[in-house]
Design a protein around this ligand. Sequence first.
Ligand SMILES: c1cc(-c2cnc[nH]2)ccn1
Length: 245
Amino acid sequence: MNFVVLTIFPEMFIPFWEHGIIKRAVDRSKISASTVNIRDFAEGRHHTTDDRPYGGGCGMVMKPEPLAASIRAVKKKQPCSRTVLLTPQGRVFNQKIARTLALSEGLIFVCGRYEGVDERICDSFIDDEISIGDYVLTGGEVAAMVIIDAVTRLIPGVLGGADSAEKDSFSEDLLEHAHYTRPRTFEGTEVPEVLLSGNHKEIEKWRLEMSLIRTFLKRPDLLKNRPVNTQEMEILEKWCLDIRK
Ligand SMILES: c1cc(-c2cnc[nH]2)ccn1
C-alpha cells in the first residue's frame, strides 16, 4: 500500500509518519507513506494555490492548475492508485469503506483548504470523495490521517495478533465488548467472573452477548439492516430486546 498525501502543509504529517502504527508499518515495509506539497506545483513568484471564487462570495478556492499538476505527477509514478478527495460532501467513512480502501494498491489523498477545490478537479481527477463526518474542518489533512490510520491497521501483518483487526468494533457490524485487565478488583469493582474462568466457549459467548447488547443500546441503527443469526436472536430475546421496532 502506497499512501501519498497532497497538501500545502506537509509538515503536519512529519509526526504522523514518525509514530505508532504508521511508523511500524513503514519500518516493516507494509506501507510507504509520503507527502507532496501542492505549492511546489504552483506558478508565479508566490506559488499561489488559491484564488477568489467566480461569482463572488467570501473565502478562497484552491486553483485547479497546481492540483492537476501535482496529481498528474503522482499518478505518473503510481498509475494504479486511487485519488481520494477529503470533503464534507463525500460519502461518510466507516469500517466497511476502510476495508475496501485497504485492498487498493495505493491511495492519493487530496487535501483541500479554504472553501474547497475547483470543481473541475473533482470532475476530472478524483476517484472517490470521502467525508469523516458531518462537520467542516479547516482542511482535509486531519481527515486523511484518520483514514490512513484506519486503513493501515487492516493491512495484513501490520497489527500484532493475526486476528486483532478482525475482532474490532464494526468488524461484524457490532460494537466491541467491554475490555478488562489487571487488577482484578479496582476501587471495589470486580472483573466479570466469566473472564477469569478460563472457559473460552463461555467467554466467547459472553463477549458476543456484550457486543450485541452494547450495539443495541448505543447504536441500534447498526442492527436495523443487519442479518441476525439464531444464536444472536436468542441473546436479544433473552434480554427482551426487539431490534425490529
Ligand atoms: C473530510 C473533510 C472535511 C473537510 C475538508 N475541508 C474542510 N472540511 C470535513 C469532513 N471530512
